[in-house]
Design a protein around this ligand. Structure first.
Ligand SMILES: C[S@@+](CC[C@H](N)C(=O)[O-])C[C@H]1O[C@@H](n2cnc3c(N)ncnc32)[C@H](O)[C@@H]1O
Length: 279
């Protein structure tokens, strides 16, 4: 879900040769890097994290906050019959949970290989391979949109994505998405004590980029401060209803890259933005 992949990639892969740096990366370069990276790493991602995510649970992030308890989309009983778009759905675990509540989810992702994992797990959720910045749906097609760490952390222009989400939502529709908590960008992405000392400016928005020997980005993540994210949500045509910072629960002793019980007990790791289409 984050820079940890620098340390988790398979041998002899493109990433094996990749150099990690901070530099600008535009929309097209970020999108191309994401598609390639998730296609190459989907197998390992699902093998490492699939059992934590569950085939048909809706988990918001490495803390393990479950939508069944959190109710950030609204009470589970209110989801029945709703058209829901899941963005950056990966193997569509969240969409399967939504379908079990009686909703009609569509799972969208940029990565073909991630969607093949959705097919492998099964279920009746429609899958769409597309970029979050250009949603292939008519205006007002959905009642609700959601994303657990999908797309938003990886795009150079989040306002473009939010405007697209707004366009395909019906009036009053909710848009709920989780991202790495922005404060994490000031710390090394390490689960141990070395991940507790500030190493970079929180205010440095320069993207994190892994690039190959030719200088082509093979992985990109974009940093926005909390204030940036609030302004982006508003510029995208939404009202912010809540900003949830899940606390690390006592039951969760699992590390996920830089997310760990040690750090999770001290600083937030995930930010969940609960928004509603304005007007
Ligand atoms: C960390 S995974 C999250 C997947 C799933 N929600 C989960 O929790 O496992 C991020 C997903 O976002 C997708 N993604 C990245 N950039 C995207 C974009 N521009 N448009 C659509 N999906 C994108 C990736 O392919 C990947 O499947």
């Amino acid at each position: 879900m984050n820079q940890e992949y620098e340390h988790e990639v398979p041998h002899d892969s493109v990433e094996d040769e990749a150099e990690a740096t901070r530099r600008d990366a535009g929309d097209a370069e970020s999108s191309r890097a994401s598609r390639g990276w998730w296609d190459r790493n989907a197998d390992e991602y699902q093998s490492d994290h699939g059992s934590f995510l569950g085939d048909d649970r809706f988990v918001w992030g490495p803390e393990g906050l479950d939508e069944a308890e959190a109710g950030l989309l609204g009470p589970a009983s209110s989801l029945k019959g709703l058209d829901v778009l899941e963005i950056g759905a990966g193997a569509a675990q969240c969409s399967r949970w939504l379908a079990a509540q009686g909703a009609r989810p569509v799972a969208l992702d940029l990565s073909h290989r991630q969607l093949q994992h959705a097919l492998r797990i099964g279920g009746d959720v429609p899958l769409v391979e597309a970029d979050a910045g250009a949603l292939p749906f008519r205006d007002g097609s959905f009642d609700l949109a959601c994303s657990a760490y999908g797309a938003v952390p990886f795009v150079a222009d989040p306002v473009k994505v939010f405007r697209e989400v707004r366009r395909v939502l019906r009036p009053g529709g909710r848009w709920v998405f989780s991202v790495t908590h922005p404060i994490r960008w000031a710390f090394p992405d390490e689960p141990g004590p070395e991940g507790l000392s500030i190493a970079a400016s929180y205010f440095d928005r320069t993207p994190y980029v892994e690039q190959d020997e030719q200088g082509r980005a093979v992985y990109v993540e974009h940093h926005r401060t909390i204030g940036d994210r609030v302004r982006d949500v508003v510029a995208g045509g939404f009202r912010l209803l809540d900003l949830v910072e899940p606390e690390w629960p006592a039951w969760n002793n699992q590390e996920w890259g830089g997310w760990s019980p040690l750090r999770g007990n001290l600083i937030p790791g995930t930010a969940i933005f609960v928004c509603e289409r304005a007007e």
